[in-house]
Write a protein that binds this ligand. Structure first.
Ligand code: PGA
Length: 254
């Protein structure tokens, strides 16, 4: 990855962790990052809502950032069970993930929903990680680039600070399966995303936007994935739940 983009290693804990586990994991990640003394990559953990406040306290001062896994499109109101971007910010979050494929599938979120959430996040002063990626049937049907282009076009915010946007390319069939695309396939999609961003936002902005790869990233494949020219970090699920594995992925950037 080129030096103008600082790698971002982001852990998506999904619906995992009670207080004791979450505190132990956050403490471990914070200690490793602090002891590494300003490593040349950013590190982010995205715990479930219930742990965000405690995790933010546990990592405070370490340099590790905290993020949410989703937010509502509205700032407040009658939305039982939902959480707004301002609430995440209030607890110490700097990032929020939107449009994860598990949200798109399990909660029927459309590109328009994802865009509205991304705009809400930017308006609240959060950086936003927008997830896109094809299903296995779409890849087998030769539609990967078309699907990714369409999702990106529909999910990108139309207002707000584009410099606070991060894109995560996550092939749905690679999430939690141990399977990944080839390096060439990953780079092909990331290059397409960069081209689309350039067309929309201009080269200066697009060259500063980080494009993460997600889907079965682990210590054994991280180095080669993170070395691809348009891969600027990772969004890591399973391997982010073990401090030593998550840290090993971070060190693969160096
Ligand atoms: P995984 O999940 O690393 O467990 O494949 C990635 C993600 O869903 O963000």
């Amino acid at each position: 990855m080129p030096s103008e983009r600082r790698p971002l290693i982001a852990g998506n804990w999904k619906m995992n962790g009670l207080v004791a586990d979450g505190m132990a994991l956050a403490g471990d990640v914070a200690r490793r990052y602090r002891e590494a003394k300003s490593p040349a990559f950013d590190m982010l953990v995205c715990p479930p809502f219930t742990l965000i406040g405690k995790v933010a306290e546990a990592v405070a001062g370490s340099g590790v950032a905290v993020g949410g896994q989703d937010c509502h499109r509205d700032a407040k109101g009658a939305h039982t069970g939902d959480v707004s971007a301002a609430m995440l910010k209030d607890l110490g979050c700097r990032f929020v993930i939107v449009g994860h494929s598990e949200r798109r599938t399990n909660h029927g979120e459309s590109d328009a929903d994802v865009r509205a959430k991304a705009e809400a996040a930017l308006a609240a002063g959060l950086a936003v990680i927008i997830c896109i990626g094809e299903t296995e049937a779409e890849r087998d049907g030769g539609r990967t680039l078309e699907v990714v282009r369409t999702q990106l076009a529909g999910s990108l915010p139309e207002v707000g600070d584009a410099a606070a946007v991060v894109i995560a390319y996550e092939p749905v069939w690679a999430i939690g399966t141990g399977r990944t695309p080839t390096n060439a396939e990953v780079q092909e999609v990331h290059a397409l995303i960069r081209r689309e961003l350039t067309g929309r936002l201009g080269a200066d902005v697009a060259n500063g936007i980080r494009i993460l790869y997600g889907g079965s990233m682990k210590p054994s494949n991280a180095k080669e994935l993170l070395a691809l020219p348009d891969v600027d970090g990772g969004l890591i699920g399973g391997a982010s739940l073990k401090g030593s594995d998550f840290w090993a992925i971070g060190e693969s950037c160096l």
